[in-house]
Write a protein that binds this ligand. Structure first.
Ligand code: FPP
Length: 232
């Protein structure tokens, strides 16, 4: 079983368009798919589930859609944290929190605080996340530590750099799934995905079910991970 599964949840807009519905309807069903997927992850014994909810590039979308997405997130955090906590879900967030509204920031803090001791699965929600921005933020903090003398450049290696990233507390993803047939990383977990198996599924995110997660896990299990070594 992969320990850490990351998901680029794509296809909400197309799901809605195919039904003649507004995009928000696709995002709403997408939030339902998130609920289902957390349960599936728990049932399959996945330890870390990381989902791309809002990218640092998504601010380019129409203001109305951004408001809808933030509204959904508010709703999800308010309505679900109790249930997630009962299920033993530890909730974390990655991404730059500075641009998020104050009320969302406090919902995030509260979600992290109230679920901190849970151990069944860690659900990490990437919000205003972009991998390049994350790396730049890490480099800034590292440079500051060098400037103050807390660190010398010779101390910097891959493991140390990883500790400056938002993902410092989790293992790298073993499996990364993108739905809706697109085959791109779109600035998601670039550093962390160096040896991750990528699985692209045609399913649109609002239709994502446990069987899709299982199919992706089977595809992962069939692959031979070599980390650069030759085949045995
Ligand atoms: C991609 O679909 C999806 C998003 C940009 C947002 C993902 C958000 C959710 C699944 C719902 C809210 C999340 C939580 C955690 C409650 P798209 O709009 O790019 O689809 P398209 O490519 O078909 O237009």
């Amino acid at each position: 079983m992969p320990r850490h599964v990351a998901i680029i949840m794509d296809g909400n807009g197309r799901w809605a368009r195919a039904r003649g519905l507004p995009r928000i309807a696709g995002h709403r069903q997408g939030a339902e798919a998130v609920r289902r997927t957390v349960v599936s992850g728990l049932e399959l014994g996945i330890e870390y589930l990381t989902i791309f909810a809002f990218s640092s590039e998504n601010w380019k979308r129409p203001e109305r859609e951004i408001d809808d997405l933030m509204g959904l997130l508010r709703l999800y955090l308010r309505a679900e944290i109790g249930e997630l906590s009962r299920q033993g879900v530890r909730v974390r967030f990655i991404g730059d929190r500075n641009r998020l509204s104050r009320d969302i920031r406090s919902l995030i803090d509260e979600a992290e605080r109230t679920t901190d001791a849970n151990q069944a699965i860690t659900l990490t929600i990437a919000l205003n996340y972009g991998s390049r921005q994350e790396i730049v933020r890490a480099v800034r903090r590292l440079a500051r530590d060098v400037a103050t003398g807390a660190l010398v450049p010779e101390d910097v290696d891959e493991a140390m750099f990883g500790r400056y990233l938002d993902t410092s507390e989790m293992p790298d993803p073993d499996l990364l799934i993108r739905t809706s047939g697109e085959q791109r990383l779109s600035n998601f977990l670039l550093w962390q995905s160096a040896y991750t198996e990528l699985v692209y599924l045609p399913t649109l995110w609002p239709d994502f079910e446990k069987a899709d997660l299982e199919n992706a896990v089977v595809a992962f299990q069939r692959r031979e991970r070599r980390y650069g070594a030759s085949s045995g």
